[in-house]
Design a protein around this ligand. Structure first.
Ligand code: F6R
Length: 366
């Protein structure tokens, strides 16, 4: 007889391949270390007229979190670029924040090259690779972060420098004040969701259990847009499960229609609503109506309630719940959360087309 699924979550304590859990458990510590590192950042550029963060996957999500955290206060646009080229408006007055954990990602190196050619103001955060090598050689400002982690687990090291840079540049304010609350909350969430906490008292284990064999869909709103995106990425990369995300209120204008005739298909999904006790009334009504509609169609409905006061604490603590859940879901699904075989395969296969080498040789000519 198959082992009951609950045992699988409980047994995570004894499952060797759970090292990804440690990155979650140590989240607050990593943020503190990242803060010490980021303290070294010196801003030498004049005020930009716009900001572009260039980074892919686990290195790009920091840009999305920054954009959402800052959206109610910045007076200049922040764009997240996940492409080979920067948008046409990028120029001398653009601040480009380049983030690549390995420093060797094809699209990010290409965006770096593009930023150099357009004489943008550039700041890089990476653990090494061609990015740091070239930044050092070309006297471009950079922050070297510790190596040896899966990029998505290095989020503290890639997100915090962006926030610190923006604050030191006078483009945002309040990050430092919000940081202490956020880190204290991360510590609490880590303790509450650690592997040794039984499912009854562990929100992330229970959430993973409820997702079970379904494919999670995460619905956020406003600044939870990037948090929903992070959930999706973590379910993909850690749990090895298809997942998708969407955002209120846009999803009320299209996504919701897709459930009308989903039939048996709806049983294959769980919808996770990212909630906040201070969500605007208009959004609250939309969430409630959407839940009712999806309930009628038989979609599993789940929720994550944000904790904390400041926006940073709310965002990062919700991210951490998603990170933990994705690792527990991996264990439930019998997969190792750490490797991302397909991403590695794709990168290796693409190397053969020589594009990355071409970018690197163009960089060498500068
Ligand atoms: C996350 C992960 C990927 C990478 C992405 C970009 O753990 O493996 O999402 O983050 O392929 O690579 P880097 O981060 O090295 O620029």
């Amino acid at each position: 007889m198959a082992r009951p699924i609950l045992d699988d979550v409980e047994n995570i304590r004894t499952v060797d391949r759970s090292s990804m859990v440690n990155f979650c458990v140590n989240s607050a510590k990593l943020y503190r270390e990242a803060a010490t590192l980021a303290d070294k950042i010196k801003v030498n550029y004049p005020k930009p007229s716009n900001v572009i963060v260039a980074g892919m996957g686990g290195s790009g999500i920091g840009g999305d979190l920054l954009k959402d955290w800052a959206k109610n206060q910045t007076t200049i646009p922040i764009e997240v670029n996940k492409d080979y080229q920067l948008p046409a408006y990028a120029g001398k007055r653009t601040l480009v924040l380049i983030t690549s954990y390995s420093g060797d990602t094809e699209e990010t190196l290409s965006a770096f090259l593009d930023a150099l050619k357009r004489k943008c103001m550039i700041f890089c955060a990476s653990s090494g690779g061609a990015l740091i090598e070239n930044a050092e050689r070309l006297d471009v400002q950079f922050l070297r972060v510790p190596s040896g982690m899966p990029p998505r687990a290095a989020l503290p090291y890639l997100f915090l420098p962006l926030l610190v840079y923006m604050e030191k540049a006078g483009l945002v304010s309040g990050a430092s004040e919000e940081f202490s609350e956020a880190v204290a909350l991360l510590e609490k969430i880590s303790a509450d969701n650690a592997a040794d906490k039984p499912t009854m008292e562990n929100y992330s284990k229970a959430l993973a259990l409820n997702i079970g064999k379904t494919s999670p869909i995460i619905y956020g709103y406003d600044f939870y847009r990037s948090v929903a995106m992070r959930f999706k990425q973590q379910f993909n990369e850690n749990s090895k499960v298809p997942a998708k995300w969407d955002v209120f209120s846009e999803l009320n204008h299209n996504e919701i229609v897709g459930w009308e005739r989903a039939g048996d298909l709806s049983k294959s999904f769980s919808a996770i609503f990212l909630r906040d006790r201070e969500e605007p009334k208009a959004i609250q009504s939309r969430i409630e109506i959407t839940r009712e509609l999806m309930d009628q169609e038989g979609v599993g409905l789940l929720e994550v309630q944000a904790q904390g006061k400041g926006r940073l604490a709310r965002m990062l603590s919700t991210v951490l719940i998603g990170d933990f859940t994705s690792v527990y879901l991996a264990i439930l699904r019998g997969v190792d959360p750490a490797p991302v075989k397909t991403v590695t395969y794709l990168k290796d296969t693409l190397k053969q087309n020589g594009f990355r080498e071409k970018v690197i040789s163009e960089l060498a000519k500068l």
